[in-house]
Write a protein of this length. Structure first.
Length: 229
């Protein structure tokens, strides 16, 4: 099985698709999703801002995650792939806010966090029994997240990647301080949050290995937002 994961671009106020030679930094969503995918699946990650989309690519499943500002482009991509007989699944904040509309441009929609339902979705697809909607019944445990698959990205297309928690590349020598803000969900107590930050601190010890002569970590824990379910 082959899986193509896409982060779509968006259209500017003049209706022109936004493109760039490089981005500031890579996002975490698709590398984490790739890490949650079973090992027998071949994965390719494409960023629509900096990569060209090949609609005729020989892949079995197309995954698209988008924010609301990217919805028009995401729907356009979904429609084009489906015209070519590809199966499309969409997720992200935009899909979660507009699941019914999103389903008009895809075969399946992930509502909310994908961490607890992604492997189920992949197995359902392999069996030819893909559901229209997948929704997590609870929040995922941040401490159980695997290392994101930054090895699937072309890091030469990003200006900064100092936040990468794996030794996939060397960091700029002028990076000395990383600031981490952690917002705890209701389901995570203060000790759990401290554990998360300590794990981050351990990862950052790899900085010397990446070429940073001196580094420090400034950490703060923000209280949960009470009105968020």
């Amino acid at each position: 099985m082959k899986l193509l994961l896409i982060s779509p671009s968006h259209f500017n106020p003049k209706g022109v698709l936004v493109k760039s030679r490089k981005l500031q930094f890579p996002t975490l969503t698709l590398p984490y999703l790739a890490a949650l995918t079973p090992n027998d699946v071949k994965i390719k990650i494409v960023n629509d801002y900096i990569d060209e989309i090949n609609f005729d690519i020989d892949f079995d499943l197309i995954g698209i995650t988008f924010m609301t500002m990217q919805a028009v482009r995401a729907f356009q991509l979904g429609d084009e792939f489906r015209k070519r007989g590809k199966t499309v699944v969409m997720g992200g904040m935009g899909a979660s806010m507009l699941p019914e509309e999103t389903l008009q441009h895809s075969d399946s929609v992930v509502i909310g966090e994908a961490e607890l339902v992604w492997k189920i979705l992949i197995e359902d697809f392999k069996k030819g029994k893909l559901n229209k909607f997948y929704r997590s019944e609870k929040l995922s445990d941040l401490l159980d997240l695997p290392e994101p698959r930054f090895d699937l990205l072309d890091l030469n297309k990003y200006l900064f990647h100092a936040h990468l928690p794996v030794g996939a590349t060397r960091l700029p020598e002028d990076v000395h301080t990383i600031v981490a803000f952690v917002r705890l969900p209701k389901s995570m107590d203060i000790l759990c949050g401290l554990d998360l930050l300590m794990r981050l601190s351990e990862r950052l010890k790899l900085l010397n290995h990446w070429g940073v002569k001196e580094s420090s970590l400034l950490m703060t824990i923000l209280p949960p937002i009470k009105n968020i379910p």
